[in-house]
Design a protein around this ligand. Structure first.
Ligand SMILES: [Zn+2]
Length: 250
């Protein structure tokens, strides 16, 4: 039985996308080529131009906390509107070079975020991320990475092992089509426990949604059909720290 299909990479006007969450949901439901179970919104967080000049954790948090909360609330509201029709996940995309020195603070700011896509990660970044990926509160992965270009001096085997050991997922993105151009990488993946997200990086062109049919077909042909990322809604998780009133007020 085939796994549910999600397009986990869509931008909205919250960052630099042209279509609202409702418009994206409608477009995915209207797509006859793929029976979408749901979509993920993955707007860029922590990247207003000021983030380059931010000094220290407190200033970072003060700058981005309310923006992040607004975003999560907006996506969760859409999730409730579309319940029963389409599942809506709340992901985000994070620019690695811009944010690599604020990872500890960012990890604490991801309440309600179901998964994180990192873009523009280099090899030093991937090894750093691998060392801490399991400490993140949700799945983390690399968005639309052309492995040969991003890690030119590292073997594919080493890249895939690093990702597998750290449970960092890989995103098969329509921007890499035809995927056959990256065949060596897609022949390497089946031998390793790497989870694969599917995404379009939708900004202002909804046609890319139809291309997911081709991505799924290619991945299934490579024997990767059982490895698709199945995100979980983090608000479904039981409260982890339920401290009784009496114990917290000594
Ligand atoms: Zn993107």
């Amino acid at each position: 039985m085939a796994q549910p299909i999600y397009n986990l990479h869509n931008h909205t006007p919250f960052s630099d996308g042209a279509y609202t969450i409702d418009e994206l949901c409608e477009a995915h439901l209207a797509c006859s080529a793929v029976p979408f179970e749901g979509i993920g919104i993955s707007d860029n967080l922590f990247c207003t131009p000021s983030s380059r000049e931010i000094q220290g954790e407190r200033q970072f948090e003060r700058t981005f906390a309310s923006e992040t909360r607004d975003y999560v609330e907006t996506v969760h509201a859409a999730r409730r509107r579309w319940a029963g029709k389409l599942r809506v996940f709340c992901g985000c995309e994070i620019n690695w070079p811009l944010n690599k020195s604020n990872l500890g603070t960012i990890r604490e700011m991801l309440n309600g975020i179901d998964y994180v896509l990192f873009e523009f990660v280099d090899w030093a970044g991937l090894t750093l991320l691998a060392n801490q990926a399991r400490r993140w509160p949700c799945p983390v992965g690399l968005s639309h990475v052309d492995v040969t270009r991003a890690f030119p001096t590292t073997s594919m085997d080493q890249v895939v092992r690093t990702m597998a050991n750290a449970r960092i997922f890989y995103e098969a993105n329509t921007s890499l089509m035809p995927l056959a151009d990256h065949e060596r990488w897609f022949n390497t993946l089946p031998n390793h426990r790497v989870t694969i997200a599917i995404g379009t990086d939708t900004h202002d062109d909804l046609d890319c949604i139809n291309q997911i049919a081709e991505i799924v077909r290619y991945l299934e042909e490579k024997g990767l059909g059982e490895k698709f990322l199945q995100p979980r809604l983090r608000e479904e998780e039981p409260e982890r720290t339920t401290v009784p009133q009496s114990a917290s007020s000594r």
